[in-house]
Every structure is written in C-alpha cells, then in structure tokens.
Design a protein around this ligand. Structure first.
Ligand code: PHE
Length: 337
C-alpha cells in the first residue's frame, strides 16, 4: 500500500498542464468524492493499529502534494489565460524612444561646425588643471586682483591643482606643443565658485577660440566674429566695447544687435536692442612669451563665450537652471537646431 502511495506521489509531482480541463480531471482523480485520497482514508480504517501512524503520514504527504500542485497549476493557467485574453499579440510593438541631444551639446556642435568651415580645429584638455595653465601662463600672476573674478575649487594646494575656470588653459597647452599657424576651438566644462545669485551655477560650458599667425589683426578678429554671429543668429550687426582681460590687449566685449521687434526683445536687451555674447581681444605678447612663441613675428586673437548664454538666446529660455535639472519634459523639446 505504502509503495502505491509513493508511486502516486511521483506522478503528482511530475504532473504539468495549463489546460483547465486536465487540471479539473486531476482534481477529481485525487480530491473528488470517490477520488484516490478518500479511498486511502477508507482503507486506513482497516489497517492494523501498529501501521496506522506510518500509513496516515504517507496519505497526508500525498494530500499536501496534491493541493500544492493544484494551487500551482491554477496560478500558472490563470496568468497565461490573462495574457491570451487581454493582449492582442498581433499588435505592433510600442515605438522605442530614442532620446535627444542636450541643448548645450546641440549648440556646441553648431558653433564648432561654423568655425570648422573657416579652418578651426577642436582641441581638448583636462578639467583638473594646474596653476600655470589656468592662471599664471595667462598673465594672471599669483595675487593678481583679476584672479578674484575666477575663484574655483582647489583639489590640492602648494602647488595648486584646481578645477579649470575657463578653457583658455587648453589654449596654453596647445601653444606649448604646436607651432603657429594655430587655429583652434576649445569647448568644455568649466567651474567657478559663484554665489552671485541663487541662479548662478558653479558649472557651465564655454567655447573659446584662438588664432595665431603672422599679421593677424584686430580687423581679422572683428570679421571672424561677424561671420559667426551671422551664421548662428542671422544677425550681422555687432559692436565692440572696450574691456579688460589679463591675457588679451586690447580686449573687448562683443554685443550683437538683436533688434527690438518683440516684447521679448525689449526684455532680454533691457530696451537697448543690444546683447552681450562674448569676450575677446588680441593675445597679450606676455602670454606668447610664456609659451615660447615669438611675439615680434606672430600675433593673434582669442575669444570666449558661455554656451549656456548662447543657448538661452537661441531658444529664448529664461532660466539657466533648466539645463541642469535633467527634466525630460524640457530636454526632449530640443531635437535639432
Ligand atoms: N577666458 C575668458 C573668460 O572665461 C573669456 C575670454 C577668452 C576673453 C578669450 C577674451 C579672450 O572669461
């Protein structure tokens, strides 16, 4: 008798189906009124007393196995029938969302494209810099007051290792390793310890340009910038306001004439029609000397702009924090430029 139960146990454990009908037959066979289990309980009454315990235990084991199996089969068959009943398996799949480029990258790439078309190459450099490349070689000696405008995060001190405050450091590295003519753009992430307002951010992106050759003049600088503003904004009217940077002499801020055609134009230009877009100037001979370029023979210009600012102008965005919030609802609106 015990052997018979063990055989059935193997059968129960090995049974599998998703057919509702077969599951019901299985239930009737074991749990039905005239089923196997009831049969055994009947037989149990006639078993001699000293064997009752063993026999009873075996029947219970079988009963448990039957119930567990029934539970499992029912679960499996109901979830598969839900899929079959509710899903139309012939439907085409949902389209994959491919994502989009970040607006900062879109604008960066567009700026690079414009300057590439007139012979500029892209140069890269480290975000963690030493004092020489970020400050000293750029004619910003230690204790120079102009350093105050570019406080940053120091990783080590004496000698100072810091997060670069501009990508002019890349220009120094490039001039140290290459002979003129030099015509490069250095795009990248820069860092400043800014607490001017709650909107200011300690990280932003810059793109700087450098051109060194024989007979490079201020007129070349102006014409290059004018070409750039025409290509990017469709606006060719620019003006140069005198300014100061330690690494350029003379130095200027470039304003582009945006116009006063809409209420927004009035707001963003504060009623003047002019918008500041970048700093620039002729490379100071002291900088050329620091990188062993003969300033009697060569001259050059440099310029630098913040990509966030340009992007905000192009897309008429009002808050710089939108670039760093990573809100997909904002970012997915910028697919192309
Ligand atoms: N490096 C300057 C800055 O970060 C920008 C600049 C570059 C100005 C080149 C003039 C010439 O403010």
């Amino acid at each position: 008798m015990i052997e018979k139960i063990e055989e059935l146990l193997v059968e129960v454990n090995g049974f599998n189906t998703t057919s509702k009908e077969e599951i019901e037959n299985f239930r009737i066979k074991y749990n039905g009124k005239k089923g196997v289990l009831n049969d055994f309980y009947e037989t149990l009454k006639e078993v001699p007393n000293d064997q009752k315990k063993d026999f009873g235990q075996k029947i219970n084991t079988l009963k448990q196995a039957v119930n567990v199996k029934l539970e499992d089969l029912k679960n499996a068959s109901s979830s598969s029938s839900i899929i079959l009943e509710k899903e139309d398996l012939t439907k085409p799949a949902f389209p994959l969302d491919l994502g989009s480029r970040h607006p900062i990258n879109l604008v960066k790439n567009r700026i690079i494209e414009i300057f590439k078309s007139i012979g500029f190459a892209v140069a890269d450099g480290p975000e963690i810099e030493d004092d020489w490349h970020n400050f000293t070689a750029l004619n910003l000696p230690e204790y120079h007051p102009a350093r105050d405008m570019q406080d940053t995060f120091f990783i080590e001190q004496n000698p100072d290792i810091l997060l670069r405050t501009h990508t002019s450091s890349v220009q120094i590295r490039y001039m140290e390793e290459n002979e003129p003519p030099i015509r490069i753009l250095s795009p990248g992430r820069v860092f400043r310890n800014e607490a001017i307002s709650s909107r200011s951010h300690c990280i932003f992106h810059q793109i700087e340009g450098l051109y060194i050759d024989e007979n490079v003049s201020f007129a070349d600088l102006k014409q290059t910038i004018q070409f750039f503003t025409t290509e990017l904004f469709g606006k060719s009217k620019i003006r140069m306001r005198p300014s100061f940077f330690p690494f350029t002499e003379p130095s200027a801020e470039i304003d582009v004439y945006w116009g006063l055609n809409s209420e927004t134009d009035y707001r963003i230009t504060k009623g003047t029609g002019w918008l500041e877009i970048m700093g620039c100037g002729m490379v100071d001979p002291a900088v050329l000397k620091n990188v062993n370029i003969d300033s009697e023979k060569y001259s050059g210009y440099a310029f630098g702009m913040g990509i966030e600012r340009i992007t905000m102008l192009l897309y008429q965005m009002s808050d710089i924090r939108m670039f760093f919030e990573n809100d997909i609802r904002t970012l997915e609106q910028f697919k192309t430029l």
